[in-house]
Design a protein. Structure first.
Length: 187
């Protein structure tokens, strides 16, 4: 019969179960990292989609075209064009336009003509728009008392809910912001 000291030494040298213990310690952490990569990738994808929607909205709102205005290009027509473009881009990206909302802080932009602050205005193209459309706004300031380039600004926020168990951001809704501006075209 083996001595107890020799038996303990042979058990201590045995490593057959070490791989299972190491895998049990490492795999949950690896799984959490992979889930984080996936969910942050989804958030980045939504950020790209809403940024593109804001850019397309600003571009569409800067062109003096309105098919339903009977020849009069009013500021409401520009806002309608911008809101429609944003809505179409969000739908094309499989995002719900009704979840968008005004930005938490309104961009501090000034009117090109009067120099007064311009507040957010939505449009009523197929329902109320949750997109902050400001126009005509001063996009640049020359610093010499003269107005710079006039244009349109489009901004909004879109919600994203993380699902990352065992972290502080699990089931937290973050609001991803998008903003774009474009110089108003004159034809």
């Amino acid at each position: 019969m083996a001595k107890p000291a020799q038996l303990l030494k042979s058990i201590a040298r045995e490593t057959r179960g070490a791989e299972i213990a190491e895998a049990a310690a490492v795999l949950p952490l690896m799984f959490l990292i992979l889930m984080g990569i996936f969910w942050f990738g989804q958030a980045f994808s939504i950020y790209g989609a809403i940024t593109r929607a804001a850019q397309d909205g600003a571009r569409a709102g800067s062109i003096p075209y309105c098919a339903t205005c009977n020849g009069s290009n009013t500021l409401g027509a520009f806002a309608t064009n911008a809101a429609t473009a944003v809505q179409n881009d969000l739908l094309a990206s499989k995002l719900d336009p009704s979840l968008a909302r005004y930005p938490a802080t309104q961009p501090p932009l000034l009117d090109c003509r009067s120099g007064a602050a311009v507040s957010c205005a939505g449009s009523s193209s197929g329902g109320s728009s949750n997109v902050c459309i400001q126009l005509p706004v001063q996009l640049t300031n020359t610093g010499s008392g003269t107005t710079g380039v006039c244009g349109i600004s489009v901004s909004f926020q879109y919600p994203y809910r993380f699902w990352l168990p065992f972290t502080s951001i699990n089931n937290q809704t973050i609001w991803i912001s998008a903003a774009a501006s474009a110089r108003t075209e004159t034809r």
